[in-house]
Design a protein around this ligand. Structure first.
Ligand SMILES: Nc1ncnc2c1ncn2[C@@H]1O[C@H](COP(=O)(O)OP(=O)(O)OP(=O)(O)O)[C@@H](O)[C@H]1O
Ligand SMILES: [Mg+2]
Length: 240
């Protein structure tokens, strides 16, 4: 029997993205393998969001190549992404999740159970009937996460999932990330919060001006950064 196709690992081979004269990603080579979350860190404009979009398959690099499970140009059926400011459908909270379930091909008779399970997972049990666009910012982030999980992804890309959330909402999201990672979903996320990176990361990728300055296990990165830029970044100095 043939092994089921998988989108993992996601491999970046010398990937660059140039728009006009501007280099947004600069010869990035990366190997995103199953395991604990990979966390992208780096200053504003260093390319974190762009890297996530390329890894999702939403943007084609202008040089180099990206492969998913060794294959190029694979439609993102096993991948989901949550943007920093997710757009909600002008429908109920439950209907936002049902839309994703329908797209993922889940049987309609199973929807109520899936919706209840996913809302419970992200701490929004009982929110089914609420208009999604009336939810608070933190609640919308959690709904966006539930909606992404409704697609039953193998890989989940999260762009600053806790930006502008308070400590309780941040903890709720981090708990969900740990839970889904423990279920075997590969999480690849960006953050500006080094504490969060320490709490969640199995692997760290530090970007600066579109280039990977340093990558490796979180334990090694925080205990013994190899580059001066990484040392300064961990120390809280400004990388400019
Ligand atoms: N379509 C585009 N056209 C031109 N420049 C772009 C485009 N998309 C991104 N950029 C530029 O590429 C750089 C990297 O942007 P990106 O959003 O990936 O950074 P980031 O690390 O996510 O930053 P932040 O921490 O502020 O979210 C920025 O200078 C941005 O202005
Ligand atoms: Mg960004």
């Amino acid at each position: 029997m043939r092994a089921p196709l998988t989108d993992l690992p996601v491999a970046f081979e010398d990937v660059s993205l140039r728009i006009r004269d501007f280099t947004i990603l600069d010869r990035v080579s990366l190997h995103l393998a199953p395991g604990a979350p990979t966390v992208l860190i780096g200053p504003n404009g260093s390319g974190k969001t762009t890297l996530l979009r390329v890894a999702m398959g939403l943007i084609e690099p202008t040089a180099g190549r990206v492969t998913w499970g060794g294959r190029e140009h694979i439609p993102p059926q096993r991948r989901a992404i949550v943007f920093q400011r997710p757009a909600m459908l002008r429908r109920s909270t439950a209907a936002n999740i049902e839309y994703a379930l329908a797209q993922a091909g889940a049987m309609r008779s199973d929807w109520p159970a899936h919706v209840a399970e996913l809302l419970g997972l992200v701490g929004l049990a009982g929110f089914e009937a609420r208009p999604a666009r009336r939810l608070s910012g933190g609640e919308q982030q959690r709904l966006a996460l539930a909606r992404a999980l409704a697609r039953d992804p193998e890989i989940l890309f999260l762009d600053e999932p806790t930006a502008s959330l308070d400590p309780a909402a941040t903890k709720a999201i981090e708990d969900v990330i740990r839970t889904v990672a423990a279920r075997g979903i590969k999480v690849v996320m960006s953050t500006h919060d080094l504490g969060e990176a320490r709490r969640l990361a199995g692997e760290i990728v530090l970007l600066h001006r579109g280039h990977v300055v340093e990558s490796g296990t979180a334990a090694d990165f925080f205990a013994g950064p190899k580059t001066d830029a990484a040392r300064r970044f961990i120390a809280g100095e400004l990388l400019i």
